[in-house]
Design a protein around this ligand. Sequence first.
Ligand code: PMV
Length: 321
Amino acid sequence: MATKLTARAGANIALVKYWGKRDPVLNLPAAGSLSITLAGLETVTTIELASALEADEFRLDGQLQDAASVGRILDLVGSQDRPRCRVDSRNNFPTGAGLASSASGYAALVVAADALFGTAFDRRELSKIARRGSGSAARSLYGGFCRMHAGRADHGEDCYAEGLFDEDHWPLEVVVAITDSGPKAISSRDGMNRTMATSPYYPAWVKSVDADLAEAGAALARRDFDALADVAESSALKMHASALAARPGLLYWNPATVACIQTIGRLRGQGTGVFFTIDAGPQVKAVCLPGQAEGVAAHLARVPGVTRLIRTGLGPAAGLA
Ligand code: PMV
């Protein structure tokens, strides 16, 4: 039996956003979401059985961290009697800057742990465990296009992620415009909590998500870019509108974020296949029709305040490395 295994998982970006929980303890989302998994923006995680250790050890990008949340996820995969572990996790993209490093991180963790402990859970079960770490992590178990189900049951057994189409279905391209590479001001967890507790627009946001999911799913099935662009931009703006209306308001954007939104809008008006989406941070993700990313990147590179561009495409499911 192996005593050390490595897994990798790609970051994912929601096109229909997750923002708010129906149960903070089990980390059950208030509504479903729909995402694309990215190639190249990856977490690679190695877990080594280390029974001689007094407590689990967790390093992120070489730096020793508090291992409590990683340990809790390992307990959910194995059991509380599992051996202690040394976990080494590396991101090849900026951590904590609104690029969903926790999603790829927890997805790689559960895949490595499942293989190391010999538990052989199916993807759906692994997605439920990854969800306990971070809601969006459930989606990074799958490649291509993924749907997260909110479920209704209190125990959360009907709350899991599911693959919709693999990455070959529609090879969309993505340009990430970095406008600030520092850590984000307010984590998505805290931002969601504040929005749920104080935003008068939060109930309206939750109510709107099912229709967006249906629309986005149908657009994907028929590869209708304009329809997907429409619903994805609307979902992102509604999510941010609900957050802006929290008290105090949550403004994740900076001037360069707005300038990117306007540039992308202008390009689409001129016939380029591109739309934007934005998570709990100032970076802008431009989703492009196959073949359009190069032109889009050239325009975004000229936006004042854009410090770096990352070009990528759709990536595969999480797996052993
Ligand atoms: O998984 P979390 O708790 O980091 O929340 C993710 C929230 C957003 O990135 C803003 C939206 C999403 O669906 O990924």
